[in-house]
Design a protein around this ligand. Structure first.
Ligand code: MRU
Length: 338
């Protein structure tokens, strides 16, 4: 089965424009930190791990552009634009810091920092895809033949490469021959569920039903949903998990109905050393219009946080490429990352 590939690198970066999917498959070319940051900010590429990979290449391209004249401190300053592009996705901070550290190491050893930066970006890309493969397999063990599962946003190939994270577990279960049904939340306001998850499920041939976000409770109650699978944009030491707006609500609904709630994410999403959760808010127009068509006269009287935080007590397990962590996460995540 051929996977959807959202990012290609050939010295410059090609990004599958996820704003146009599912009806158009168009690519955007970027060649430095500034235009990569803009593409990330404008949602051309999205999903925390994919954002991290794009940012890693964006940083590497900046090193290459600047290597004739650039002092590493100057380049580091230019990378700040990447770090600010999507504040919640921890993978972005993780990837840019790794590329920068690789370049600095190379300089200290008398090697070419630009080459080292590019190698590191490729490594991060590969690690992501390997993590997706492993998480998918591990996550699939939590799904039984005949299960209906619910998911929010898009956590598939478009968000990480290879199978995906939460959607990867669902796809792996399907590929192992399990007969499953997916309830996909539409995911207002960017409709990643309705546009992107449905696109991936259809490519894979997995039976699904699309629901509006506010139909999660009745669907779990009436349709026999057995478990919920979500991704993550940032997980901190105690297991608190930032993910797409509505995930916290979904965790409460799952708990109220006594069904497991699983988070699937690579370890590059886990921030053990700090507990800050920078939650991105986006412009009011994303709520007051849909697909460029105005649907409300609310103007600026809009609150548009695009992520929320699910508390650890609502999370049954966290699946990463290194294993399945169970509560208390304070201990299990530390052991997993040691
Ligand atoms: O705003 P987005 O589309 O970047 O949000 C994406 C999500 O919330 C995903 O669930 C998360 O990044 C995990 S994807 C493997």
């Amino acid at each position: 089965m051929e996977e959807v590939v959202p990012i290609l690198y050939d010295g410059e970066l090609s990004l599958l424009d996820q704003r146009r999917l599912p009806f158009k498959e168009e690519w955007v070319r970027v060649s430095g930190a500034q235009d990569t940051a803009q593409a990330i900010q404008q949602m051309v590429v999205r999903g925390a791990p994919a954002i991290g990979v794009a940012a890693a290449y964006g940083a590497a391209m900046e090193f290459r552009r600047a290597s004739a004249c650039g002092d590493l401190d100057d380049i580091e300053k230019r990378l700040a634009v990447l770090l600010g592009a999507r504040p919640t996705a921890y993978n972005l901070q993780y990837a840019v810091k790794r590329v920068l550290a690789a370049a600095r190491r190379a300089e200290a050893n008398g090697d070419d920092p630009a080459l080292a930066a590019e190698d590191e970006a490729r490594r991060i890309d590969l690690e992501n895809r390997k993590a997706a493969e492993r998480m998918g397999e591990l996550g699939a063990t939590l799904i039984s033949d005949g299960d209906s599962v619910m998911t929010i946003c898009n956590t598939g190939s478009l968000a990480i490469g290879y199978l995906g994270s939460a959607l990867g577990a669902i796809k792996a279960a399907w590929r192992h021959g399990k007969n499953i049904h997916v309830y996909a939340l539409e995911t207002r306001p960017w409709l990643q569920g309705a546009r992107l998850t449905v696109y991936e499920l259809q490519k894979e041939g997995i039976p699904f039903t699309l629901i509006v976000d506010s139909a999660s409770a009745i669907t779990i109650q009436r349709k026999g949903v057995r478990s919920v699978f979500v991704g993550a944009d940032r997980i901190v030491a105690d297991g608190r998990t930032a993910n797409k707006i509505g995930t916290y609500t979904l965790s409460i609904v799952a708990k109220a109905h006594g069904i497991p709630f699983y988070v699937v994410a690579p370890t590059s999403t886990i921030q053990l050393e700090k507990t800050d959760m920078a939650l991105e808010e986006r412009p009011p127009e994303e709520v007051t219009s849909i697909g460029g068509v105005k649907i409300s006269t609310a103007g600026d009287a809009v609150y548009n946080p695009v992520f929320d935080v699910t508390p650890p007590q609502n999370i049954t397990a966290i699946v990463t490429e290194r294993g399945i962590a169970r509560p208390p996460y304070q201990d299990s995540l530390k052991i997993m990352l040691s």
